[in-house]
Write a protein that binds this ligand. Structure first.
Ligand SMILES: NC(=O)C1=CN([C@@H]2O[C@H](COP(=O)(O)OP(=O)(O)OC[C@H]3O[C@@H](n4cnc5c(N)ncnc54)[C@H](O)[C@@H]3O)[C@@H](O)[C@H]2O)C=CC1
Ligand SMILES: O=C([O-])CC(=O)C(=O)O
Length: 308
């Protein structure tokens, strides 16, 4: 199983590291545009192999896509991250051009590849990857909901004063400060609804803290986060590589599902060897449906900037 990760920056390198540590891929190829950078990251990571006990071979290249040929899965993390005070949507001007070129190059050398889009604004970049490559919808996956759900669980565990392994929860909707829809109604601690333990106000606080999870870290770090994003991507890659049929909220092209059309947005999907093997439609309340509609309107407004 060969995996390419484009962008050897913070998220790309973290993602490559987690993939290697889990030791399910034979090969990871890092690609960057900065001369020597991917090669350097690959060498540094390879020197952790004997320490961390993995056999995955990691190599790096400065923009030579022939080295990516025959990739089963490719992750796109190339592009600029936001700085404190910015929204993800503000990155579109620079990142759209990068994601377009990178998607074209990847598909040219690996026509059967499954793409995982990470660069922001992620839902719009996933939609752009569809437009540019014309790949079937099961082979283009946007990563956002897996990360947002991990942050939701972190905040739930904090509020419940429970170990994280006790809690479960899911975030759907757009991967943006305003567009996320954390499903507090369905959040649980060991199958018991979180609402049994937490007041409505406290659950709302969990919801609000989850939505600004990325912005909170960006303010603290001066750039956006990378450990949890890298781990979240590695989870999606593993689910596909190992044909796990695991459920994650991912950004996917909707054609009527959830009453939405012609956009990519986060909904629960099953991931296996074919990429997105099923879009899971769950029954939402009227309030949740309204939030999804609002979130979709935000994503569509950003998609509209692609043509501008
Ligand atoms: N979807 C999500 O949940 C998340 C998305 N992100 C996004 O991921 C992207 C990357 O973030 P970081 O890794 O923190 O940034 P970074 O700046 O550390 O790394 C980005 C890398 O992309 C490279 N790059 C730029 N243009 C390229 C091209 N044409 N081909 C190959 N490589 C190129 C840069 O040289 C740099 O090394 C950002 O857009 C960020 O907003 C970050 C975290 C989570
Ligand atoms: O916050 C950002 O800009 C990066 C990102 O998407 C995240 O960490 O959720």
């Amino acid at each position: 199983m060969k995996v390419t990760v484009v962008g050897a920056g913070a998220v790309g390198a973290s993602c490559a590291e987690y993939i290697a540590i889990k030791d399910f891929a034979s090969e990871v190829v890092l690609v960057d545009i900065k001369e020597g950078y991917a090669e350097g990251k690959a060498m540094d990571l390879m020197q952790t192999a004997s320490l961390n006990g993995f056999d995955t071979k990691i190599t790096g290249t400065t923009g030579d896509y022939t080295k990516t040929a025959g990739s089963h899965i490719a992750v796109i993390t190339s592009g600029i991250p936001r700085k404190p005070g910015m929204t993800r949507e503000e990155l579109i001007g620079i990142n759209a051009g990068i994601v377009k070129t990178v998607s074209e190059n990847l598909v040219k050398h690996s026509p059967d590849v499954i793409l995982i889009v990470v660069s922001n604004p992620m839902d719009t970049m996933t939609y752009l990857a569809h437009k540019v490559t014309g790949l079937p919808k099961n082979r283009i996956i946007g990563m956002g909901g897996a990360l947002d759900s991990a942050r939701f669980k972190y905040r739930l565990a904090e509020a419940l004063e429970a170990p994280i392994s006790d809690v479960d929860g899911m975030v759907i909707g757009g991967h943006s400060d305003k567009g996320m829809v954390p499903l507090t109604r369905l959040a649980t601690r060991n199958s018991v609804l979180a609402s049994e333990f937490l007041s409505e106000d406290r659950l709302n606080q969990v919801l609000e803290d989850t939505k600004v999870g990325g912005a909170t870290l960006t303010k603290l770090l001066g750039t956006s986060a990378w450990y949890a994003p890298g781990a979240a991507v590695s989870g999606l890659v593993q689910a596909i590589a190992c044909d796990q049929k695991k459920m994650f909220p991912c950004s996917t092209l909707l054609e009527g599902e959830y009453g939405l059309n012609d956009l990519c947005i986060g909904v629960p999907v099953l991931l296996g060897k074919n990429g997105i093997e099923k879009i899971v439609e769950i029954e939402l309340t009227d309030a949740e449906k309204a939030k999804m509609q609002e979130s979709a309107a935000g994503v569509k407004a950003t998609n509209g900037l692609l043509d501008a």
